[in-house]
Design a protein around this ligand. Sequence first.
Ligand SMILES: [Zn+2]
Length: 265
Amino acid sequence: MISLLVLGTGGGVPIPGRAPTSNLVTVDGQKILVDLGPGALSRLVSSPHGPDSLDEIDTIIFTHLHPDHCNDIVHLLFAMRCPALESKMPLLMMGPPGLTNYMSKLKELYGDWLNPLHRQVVITEFSSDETFILENGGAVTPFIANHSENRFSKHNFGYCFSDKTGSKVVISGDGGPSKTLENVAKGCDLLLIECSTPDELAVDGHMTPARVAGLCNVTRPKKTVLNHFYPAAAELDLAKLVYDNYDGSVVMANDGDFFTVDQGK
Ligand SMILES: [Zn+2]
């Protein structure tokens, strides 16, 4: 079984009620934070679907290193210095090439404040298409998203999560249409896809309702969930706009929404 707790549905510009991007994906019981935009941690501990304690968080995966996707890592690591936490499990931090350099720059600023009291931080930089096997037989496979290079990393990733029964959840990360995204998302159970702007404000490297519809007509996900809204998009009924050109299941996510997929049932 795979579950998706959407912690933040906003983008790089603040919107009332929508934190920047963050998600908690649980694959056969293993909890994985996927991005950590500002405000993610308070959303995480506020949700009935969140962990009982930060001790349950062993894995963090970043799609890319823009601030709206990773700034709460400072908050999380500092919080893990709390003596009340007990886990001694390694904290796995994974993402695109450049993650090690990003973390070393933060360490230059914060020093020991970023060392969890009882836990070792282990950083892994993914190569695209390199599948990482999860604890209980599931897997996560990165793919290159169509998004601009940033100061730390040439590549931005999306991720495909699968469980041992064959359930498949795809998280697009930030990115415009691409053949790679089409191939990965084809026939998935759930597609969490960014929809940053209305069609009339379309920019390279991001999706719009018409672009999402075009992708979904090719890939036919069982459910499509929209996120990563900038202010002009957040004001619209984006699912309705996707339905103008697509007849599948589409929802516009809110912070705190929770979804499950289970092909084993
Ligand atoms: Zn973003």
